[in-house]
Ligand binder design. Structure first.
Ligand SMILES: [Zn+2]
Length: 243
């Protein structure tokens, strides 16, 4: 892997448009379980749709809020890991870096990354279930459940099952991918569309696509380089090779 890392560091130095695209694997290294892995104990008796869909929220908003309050506690108790920190450092050192994430935990921002494109939203922010208006930060209490000025219930500002990704964020992510000289897919299973298509789009436009993931994924055989390992191990080595 040493030669591959040195070669990649050289490509990074020569690249003026870099996209870093992250998924659940990066958060998992901070101890944050994936949605399905988090559905243990008392949550195991619910379907994913009961906890994270418009229908589920309409039927039982209090249970959905309780689920996200629990998820949010896990995120607040976790800390950014070496992958998050290396990504923030790459953004500081290199020009033209766009960070796109599928994670909703806010750990990239806590590591110092500014304004990542959050394809699946952010569970620390709220929006109105009725009118869609921004609902600010979490309330002090969930009793009563928080409401918008329009009277509608507020909800966590994440993308639920059956919902589309936020159009403007997806458009900006797609544009960054199409212009990328180098595209890193980091800690993502490359299974959930349309996000999973971003590296393929970049590849078709001529980007050099790098996959960093412990296991092979559907992207692996299309990527120009696969580094099989944890992002928290690979990215700091890459950063060191940039020196
Ligand atoms: Zn509203």
């Amino acid at each position: 892997m040493h030669a591959a890392i040195s070669d990649l560091a050289r490509r990074l130095r020569d690249c003026d448009r870099l996209v870093l695209f992250t998924g659940a694997g990066v958060s998992a290294e901070s101890g944050i379980p994936t949605f399905r892995d988090a559905q243990t104990g008392l949550w195991a008796r619910y379907s994913p749709e009961q906890l994270a869909s418009p229908e589920g929220f309409r039927a039982d908003p209090r249970t959905v809020w309780a689920w996200y309050a629990w998820r949010r506690e896990k995120c607040l108790a976790a800390a950014p890991n070496p992958a998050h920190l290396a990504i923030a450092e790459l953004q500081r050192r290199l020009p033209g870096v766009t960070l796109i994430t599928q994670n909703v935990d806010g750990l990239h921002q806590r590591a110092g990354s500014e304004a990542p494109l959050e394809l699946h939203g952010n569970l620390h922010r709220l929006k109105c279930f009725r009118c869609g208006a921004d609902g600010g930060d979490w309330p002090e209490t969930l009793d009563p459940l928080p409401r918008c000025v329009c009277g509608g219930l507020l909800r966590p500002a994440v993308v639920w099952f059956g919902e589309s990704l936020p159009g403007e964020v997806l458009a900006r992510a797609s544009e960054a991918g199409l212009q990328a000289g180098l595209f890193f897919s980091i800690g993502t299973s490359s299974l959930v569309y349309p996000a999973a298509d971003l590296p393929f789009q970049a590849k078709r436009r001529g980007a050099f696509v790098v996959e960093i993931n412990p296991q092979p994924t559907p992207l692996s055989r299309h990527a120009d380089l696969c580094l099989h390992g944890a992002a928290g191990g690979v990215l700091p080595r890459l950063l060191a090779a940039l020196e």
